[in-house]
Design a protein around this ligand. Structure first.
Ligand SMILES: *[C@@H]1O[C@H](CO)[C@@H](O)[C@H](O)[C@H]1NC(C)=O
Ligand SMILES: *[C@@H]1O[C@H](CO)[C@@H](O)[C@H](O)[C@H]1NC(C)=O
Ligand SMILES: *[C@@H]1O[C@H](CO)[C@@H](O)[C@H](O)[C@H]1NC(C)=O
Ligand SMILES: *[C@@H]1O[C@H](CO)[C@@H](O)[C@H](O)[C@H]1NC(C)=O
Ligand SMILES: *[C@@H]1O[C@H](CO)[C@@H](O)[C@H](O)[C@H]1NC(C)=O
Ligand SMILES: *[C@@H]1O[C@H](CO)[C@@H](O)[C@H](O)[C@H]1NC(C)=O
Ligand SMILES: *[C@@H]1O[C@H](CO)[C@@H](O)[C@H](O)[C@H]1NC(C)=O
Length: 920
């Protein structure tokens, strides 16, 4: 029967004297047992002696329905020879009827089963206590026959069904305790006839409906506990007739409306618990005068408004005032300190005001309350300078909450007086100055909130003396200097937030040594320098680590993977270097990983693909290179960000990646307007190329240093990478079996150029490259694509990189004009007869040149519309000489007269692809 509310609020916490029901029951038992002799009545004399075997039969029936989980069952066989009056928990009656059962006390025997209806035959029963077992089933109607029953205690079992109406017949009932079962339905109106009932305890069930007004007829009632049910409606005004009522508890129901004024007129009322309902209205201003015996006023989490009753300080016995989470307004009564017994003043989350110094007098008056343990005023509208009297309260104080007000000023050094303080909540205010070093004297402090103020100066190293600290919130101030190494003493700290300050210096390994940190460690938005100590791996119970937006450098410690429950890791906006440790990517716990805006290099570990829990991976704005994995999380572009890494490539176009140079190009949205198509696109080849892992030829082949001759502009991988924005998808304009073509702007050419990157993993790539270079070097004609330069070098991965840089042909390939796609291109490609004629002449001139005027005759071997490009004036240019051959003059003794440069790959046979000769 202990009130359990798990919210971390000042009224639900061990700092408050135990909740109502506990006190209630203790008081009631004391009261009732002291009066038991008065109420004890001998059973009716008639026919009693003749029928006392009924009790044995009833007990055996009860036994048969119960199961004890102990080894010996209840009333085991060896004891049955004994008279039942001596059985465990059985008591027999008055001198006149010594053999009739008057009391059955079987509490906490770990019994299961149900109550036998035969219990109705124990007609002399006065007390039945079955509490603390695991009994289930219905409460039998037969209880109605127990007219002598005074105490019925069935609490903490699993009884189901409704409260039997028959109980109304137990006219001697003083205590009805059905707390903590699974009872449903409404409270029977008939219970209102139990004129001797002192305590009605129905808490922690699932009762519905309203509080029956008939309960107002229970004129003997001292205590009523209906908390933690689903009761609706209003508190009936008839309850104002309960002139003996001391304890009233309806916490955690769905009661609505105002508290009837007749009810707040019950001068006997001591403890009043109505928290966590939907009650509303204004509490009467004379309440304190009407309830002179009030000790507990709990009305938290309702919709009360208006002022706190001005007369409350007249209820001189008040110990607890718990009104959090309402809309109480106006000032706190100034003379509240008249209540010398006050232990708890919890007024948090209301609209209480302090506009002038007068309004703060309540604080001064509270200095007289030597038992004050809780002062919770957070989240109100208290304004002004924090009075120095804040440090003059009782040293018993365990909870001091002021956060979320508009309070200015400094924390006085005298705060160190509160040696019993457990919580100091002063976040979200306008406090300035330094955090006094005396704070270190609060040796029992567990939770410290000073966040979101304007504190300046250094973090006092005495904070390290707060060895009981569980939570330290100092974020969003202007604290300077380093993190004191004394923090190593905070061996119980579960949460540390120092973010959004101006802290500098290195991150002391004392912090990462705090193995107690389990919830989060947030050091973000400071100016911390140096590395993240590898001891960070000792934080193996930490859930969130945020060191983002600092100036940390060095490598990401691989030991982070030892943080076995780390779910959120934020390291963005630092200067971390080196590679992403593969151990990190194989973490089983990481859900969100942000490494963006650092200086990380190397490739993305493939094991990220297998990270089961990963939901967000941000690697953007680093210097990563290589291939982005293409499985797991990488398939979902909304969960991965890799932008701003110009050297990355990969298949997932949604990630804004350009195709890896060694990877087949796939047509995509961006490439729809392909301008240049080179080579033959064979889907099978693409699939094949994508499937095989890259075999790195590395430095096994010797690269031609100057693939063209010295008269051509020299260029480098870096230059071409820059020109194409890291070979980005946006610049990709075509592709084929031998490579990809990008457009770009190079520094040595005013106009846009086309950059054809050969797939270097093809064994023949270098040969093709060299052949093409050789041919292009020796030819020049207005209808041939002009080579600007070539590049053969190693890329950042040390892989072979081969590229040809040519003029850029804005009108794309003839192929596109002859076979326009029907996939929604807005431009309709249509050649006029004149254009067709001109193109034919252009191509013919080019071939004529190649065959007859270029020195050694050259055979193109792969002439087809996709290898004929059109410039902005629709002039045709023949391109792609990868399969071309020099046609040597036949010489005697040469067995293969017509070939000199055989590349080994046959292009299309003949000059024009079948069908395309009709293009004219
Ligand atoms: C049974 O009787 C023995 C003594 O005869 C006693 O010690 C024991 O507690 C009894 N058990 C019960 C369940 O009453
Ligand atoms: C209270 O009892 C009186 C008679 O004793 C009865 O007339 C009245 O209806 C009862 N009130 C309620 C609300 O049940
Ligand atoms: C309060 O109680 C007094 C006497 O005990 C009575 O005269 C008065 O009417 C009651 N007020 C209300 C609102 O019930
Ligand atoms: C408090 O009680 C005193 C004495 O009974 C009375 O004079 C005073 O008016 C009361 N205060 C309020 C605010 O009701
Ligand atoms: C507090 O106590 C002092 C001395 O006992 C007394 O003078 C003062 O009036 C009291 N203040 C309040 C608000 O009760
Ligand atoms: C990034 O890291 C590289 C070494 O990996 C280093 O040379 C460079 O200076 C770093 N950049 C910055 C801005 O620190
Ligand atoms: C990734 O990081 C960048 C830079 O820090 C940021 O702008 C972006 O919003 C982040 N993306 C996601 C999905 O978190």
């Amino acid at each position: 029967m202990v009130l359990v509310i798990t919210m971390d609020l000042p009224y639900s916490n061990h700092l408050i004297p135990p909740g109502a029901p506990f006190r209630l029951l203790t008081h009631l038992f004391l009261f009732l047992y002291s009066t038991i002799m008065v109420f004890f009545q001998a059973p009716a004399p008639s026919t009693v002696a003749a029928r006392n075997t009924d009790d044995l039969r009833a007990l055996l029936s009860i036994k048969a329905h119960l199961y004890s989980s102990e080894s010996s069952s209840l009333w085991g066989s060896e004891n049955q020879t004994m008279h039942y009056c001596k059985w465990l928990g059985v008591k027999c009656g008055s001198p006149q009827h010594p053999r009739r059962v008057t009391s059955l006390d079987l509490d906490s025997l770990n019994l299961t089963g149900q109550i036998s209806p035969d219990i109705g035959n124990l007609i002399f029963l006065q007390k039945l206590n079955l509490s603390g077992n695991q009994l289930h089933g219905y409460i039998p109607q037969e209880f109605g026959r127990l007219s002598n029953l005074q105490f019925l205690i069935l609490m903490d079992n699993a009884f189901e069904g409704t409260i039997p109406i028959g109980l109304a017949n137990c006219s001697n009932l003083m205590l009805l305790c059905l707390d903590g079962n699974k009872l449903v339905g409404e409270i029977p109106v008939e219970l209102g006839s139990l004129s001797k009932l002192s305590a009605l305890l129905l808490a922690r069930n699932n009762l519905t409906g309203v509080i029956p007004p008939s309960l107002g007829n229970l004129s003997s009632l001292i205590g009523i506990d209906l908390s933690e049910n689903n009761l609706r409606g209003q508190i009936p005004s008839s309850l104002g007739g309960l002139v003996r009522l001391k304890y009233f508890t309806v916490t955690s129901n769905r009661l609505t409306g105002e508290i009837p004024s007749s009810f707040l007129n019950i001068s006997s009322l001591c403890e009043f618990y109505v928290g966590d309902n939907q009650l509303s209205g204004v509490l009467p201003s004379n309440m304190g005068n009407m309830l002179p015996r009030l000790q507990v006023l709990q009305a938290f989490s309702n919709q009360f408004d208006g002022p706190i009753p001005i007369s409350l300080p007249n209820a001189s016995r008040l110990e607890q005032i718990v009104l959090c989470n309402n809309q109480f307004s106006g000032p706190v009564p100034r003379n509240i300190g008249m209540l010398r017994n006050l232990a708890s003043v919890s007024l948090c989350n209301n609209l209480l005001e302090a506009k002038q110094d007068e309004d703060w007098k309540f604080l001064t008056s509270l200095a007289n309350c030597s038992n004050l343990k809780t002062l919770a005023l957070s989240d109100n509208m208290l304004a002004g300078v924090l009075p120095s009297s804040i440090a003059e309260l009782s040293t018993q104080l365990a909870w001091l909450g002021l956060g979320g007000n508009q309070i200015k000023g400094n924390i006085p050094v005298e705060i160190g007086r509160y040696i019993n303080l457990n919580r100091l909540l002063m976040g979200r205010m306008l406090l300035t100055g330094v955090i006094p070093a005396t704070i270190g004297k609060l040796q029992k402090l567990q939770i410290l909130h000073l966040n979101e103020n304007q504190f300046t100066g250094a973090l006092p190293s005495s904070v390290g003396d707060l060895t009981q600290l569980l939570e330290l919130h100092l974020d969003q101030n202007s604290l300077q200097g380093g993190i004191p190494s004394s923090f190593k003493n905070l061996q119980k700290l579960e949460l540390l937030d120092l973010s959004h300050n101006k802290l500098d210096g290195s991150l002391p390994k004392e912090i990462t040594d705090l193995a107690s940190l389990t919830r989060y460690l947030n050091l973000s938005h400071n100016s911390l320098i140096g590395p993240l100590p590898s001891e960070v791996g000792k934080l193996n119970n930490l859930g969130t680590l945020d060191v983002s937006e600092n100036k940390l450098s060095g490598e990401i410690p691989g030991t982070l993977s030892e943080c076995q429950v780390l779910q959120y890791l934020y390291m963005q906006g630092n200067n971390f270097q080196g590679v992403i440790p593969t151990s990190l990517s194989s973490s089983n716990s990481i859900t969100v990983l942000d490494l963006s805006r650092n200086n990380l290099s190397g490739s993305i570990p493939e094991s990220f693909e297998d990270c089961q829990h990963l939901q967000l991976l941000n690697l953007s704005f680093n210097d990563l290179d290589g291939r982005v994995p293409n499985a797991g999380i990488f398939l979902n572009a909304s969960l991965v960000s890799v932008i701003g890494n110009h050297k990355l490539c990969g298949q997932n176009h949604e990630l804004d990646l350009h195709t890896c140079p060694n990877q087949e190009f796939k047509k995509s949205q961006e490439s729809r307007r392909v301008v240049i198509t080179i080579g033959i696109v064979i889907p099978l080849v693409i699939v094949f190329l994508c499937a095989i892992r890259l075999r790195k030829p590395r430095n096994k082949i010797s690269l031609p240093l100057h693939p063209l001759d010295g008269s051509y502009q020299k260029t480098t991988f870096a230059e071409l990478a820059r020109a194409t924005d890291g070979f980005s998808m946006a610049n990709l304009i075509g592709g084929g079996s031998f490579g990809c073509v990008y457009k770009g702007v190079v520094n040595f050419e005013p106009k846009e150029v086309a950059i054809k990157v050969l797939h270097h993993h093809r064994r023949e790539a270098l040969k093709i490259f060299q052949a093409e270079c050789k041919i292009l070097r020796s030819i020049r004609h207005r209808n041939l694509l002009k080579i600007l330069t070539a590049c053969s070098s190693l890329d950042h991965n040390g892989d072979v990189f081969l590229a040809l840089v040519t003029e850029f042909m804005p009108n794309g390939s003839l192929d596109k004009w002859l076979h326009p796609r029907v996939d929604g291109e807005e431009v309709s490609y249509r050649l006029t007869l004149l254009q067709r004629m001109n193109i034919a002449i252009d191509v013919a001139s080019a071939l004529d040149y190649l065959h007859h005027y270029s020195g050694t005759p050259i055979v193109h071997c792969d002439l087809k519309p996709s290898n004929i490009l059109l410039d902005k004036d629709m002039v045709a240019h023949v391109c792609d000489f990868g399969l071309a051959k020099f046609l040597m003059r036949p010489s005697y003794g040469d067995s293969s007269p017509a070939t000199s440069h055989t590349i080994g790959i046959k292009g299309s046979i003949g000059y024009v692809a079948p069908g395309d000769h009709l293009f004219l």
